[in-house]
Design a protein around this ligand. Sequence first.
Ligand code: AMP
Length: 301
Amino acid sequence: MPELVVFGSVAFDSIKTPFGSVEKTLGGSGTYASVAASFFSKPGIVSAVGSDFPTAEMDFLKSRGIDLKGLELKQGKTFHWSGEYGLDINAAKTIKTEFNVLADFKPQLPAEYTKADFLLLGNNNPEMQLDVLGQMSKKPLLVIADTMNIYIEKQRDKVLQVVEEADICLLNDSEARLLFKTPSLVAASKEILKLNSELSIIKKGEHGALLSTAKGCFVAPGYPLENLVDPTGCGDCFAGALMGFLAKEGRVSEDLMRKAIIYGSVVASLNAEGMGLEKLREITLDDINKRFNEFKEIVRF
Ligand code: AMP
C-alpha cells in the first residue's frame, strides 16, 4: 500500500528555456511530485496516460518504487503541455495544453489508496481534487492541495473550498495575492489560517517559502542557484519531497514541517538544474542530504 497518494498529471512536456529545449519529454505534476517523494517514501500515483506512453517510462516510474495501480491506461493520447520561459525564469508561459486522455478522466482510487495517511492533490480542477478527497475511506493525517491561477480566476469559490477542506493549500505568492486580493503575503497567510488550516505555506519561487501558524512564522530561504536550466516541475517537486519526507516520518509537527520545507526546496532546486526530469533521474538521496546540510549553513548567523 502506498504511504502517500499523489493525484496529478502524467504528461509529455515540450519546454523551451533560454538555456535549452526539449520535445515531448516525460513530465506532469503527478510525475514530478511522485519522483521527488520517492527519494523518501513509497508514493502511489493517480492519473491516466494514453496508448502512446512508452513502456520505458513506465519502467522508470516503477524503478523508483512508485505504485502504478492508480495509473489508468486509456485509449488515446497522453496529456501534452508546451511551455516557454524568458529570463524571468519563475514565470512559465503556457503555449499549449492538450488534455487528451485527462479531458474526461474520472479519477478512481484503488481501494488500498483510500486508507493512505498522506494525500497530495496536485494541480488540477478543484472539483476533481474534492472528488478524490471524498473517496478517502478515512481522514488522512495530512492533505496538501496545489492550485494555479486559471482555477483561482475561474472557480474561486471551489478553490476556497479546497483550501478549507485540505489541511494545507500550497499557493505561490502571485496565487495567494490573487485568491485573497491582497498585496501582503502575511495578510494572505492569515486568511488561509482562518479557513480551517493550522498551517499555511506560501511558495516564493526561487526566493523560498513562508510557513505561518497562529503562533508565528518560519521563513525558508531559496537555494542560491547559479546553474538554473529549467524550472518546470519545481512546485511539484517541492510538494512531493515535502510530503514524501513527512510520509517517511509518519507524523506531522511544526518542527518536522520546517525540515520538510527545506527538503522540498532542496529537491526543487536540484530539479531546476536540468531540462525536464533530467536531474531527478540522476541524483541520489546523498545529493539531497548534501544540499540539505548546505541550507543549514546558509541560514546560520
Ligand atoms: P510546475 O512547473 O511545478 O508548475 O508544473 C509543471 C508541470 O505541470 C508540467 O510538467 C506540466 O505537464 C504540468 N501541467 C501544466 N498545466 C497543467 C494542468 N492544467 N493540469 C495538470 N498539469 C499541468
